[in-house]
Design a protein around this ligand. Structure first.
Ligand code: DX5
Ligand code: ZN
Length: 225
């Protein structure tokens, strides 16, 4: 699967969000990762569906994957479907009925994602693989940008890649948290094909330089495989 680099808007300058999103897309980003936090499921508060709607209204038509760190989640799934999400990713802990939530996302016309916190076992993936288009492995505890990559996520990526290989439809394997140029090669080698990076991209002056450097590292990992 073609690798996707997905800047997380959480690290963008919110006072200029539209410009920031355009800038990373022009710099070569493949998709936009849209982090939604509710100060309940995670101890932080970010943005809601109106902000995505407004980006869409401003003509941003890139693929947007919405990472919902909210509980309860179903009502916001509906709102983000209406707001123009392409993928919606949910944590199993945030819904009483994961199967129903994932089905809702697909019925609404978006790709369905399931996300695993560092201490959440992958076992649930075996029960919902046929319903998901994206599997997200958290390499930090959700809630904040700029945290350190948890190394055991590499082994978890390998296990997730193995489980995904049983699927009879395409499933993206995404990594989120602490990803940067220095570790993205190892992350790719462990099986990820979709790379979220917030501070590593928005923290630099030259977005295109860092995105190109990431792409080179991913290509090198593929060549070494
Ligand atoms: C963390 C969010 C991440 C975060 C990544 O809860 O889900 O998407 O913005 O930020 P960095 O890349 O800075 O770790
Ligand atoms: Zn995220």
């Amino acid at each position: 699967m073609t690798p996707w680099i997905s800047p997380s808007i959480l690290a963008a300058d919110f006072s200029r969000l539209g410009e920031e999103v355009r800038a990373v897309l022009e710099a070569g980003a493949d998709t936009i990762h849209f982090d939604v936090m509710d100060n309940h499921y995670v101890p932080n508060l970010s943005v809601g569906p109106m902000v995505l709607e407004s980006l869409r209204g401003a003509g941003i038509d890139a693929t947007v994957d919405v990472h919902l760190m909210v509980k309860p989640v179903d009502a916001l799934v509906e709102s983000f479907l209406k707001a123009g999400a392409d993928y919606i990713t949910v944590h199993p802990e945030s819904t009483e009925h994961l199967h129903r939530t994932l089905s809702m996302i697909r019925q609404g016309g978006a790709g369905a994602g399931v996300v695993f916190n560092p201490a959440t076992p992958l076992a649930v993936l075996e029960e919902c693989l046929e319903l998901v288009d994206l599997v997200l492995i958290m390499s930090v505890n959700p809630g904040f940008g700029g945290q350190t990559f948890i190394e055991s996520s590499l082994a978890k990526l390998r296990r997730a890649r193995q489980l995904i290989s049983a699927a009879d439809h395409p499933v993206r394997l995404q990594i989120d948290g602490g990803v940067k140029v220095e570790n993205i090669g190892r992350v790719a080698a462990a099986g990820a094909d979709t790379f979220v990076a917030g501070s590593a991209i928005f923290g630099q002056d030259n977005y295109s330089q860092v995105i190109s450097a990431m792409r080179e590292e991913i290509a090198r990992a593929a060549a070494d495989a």
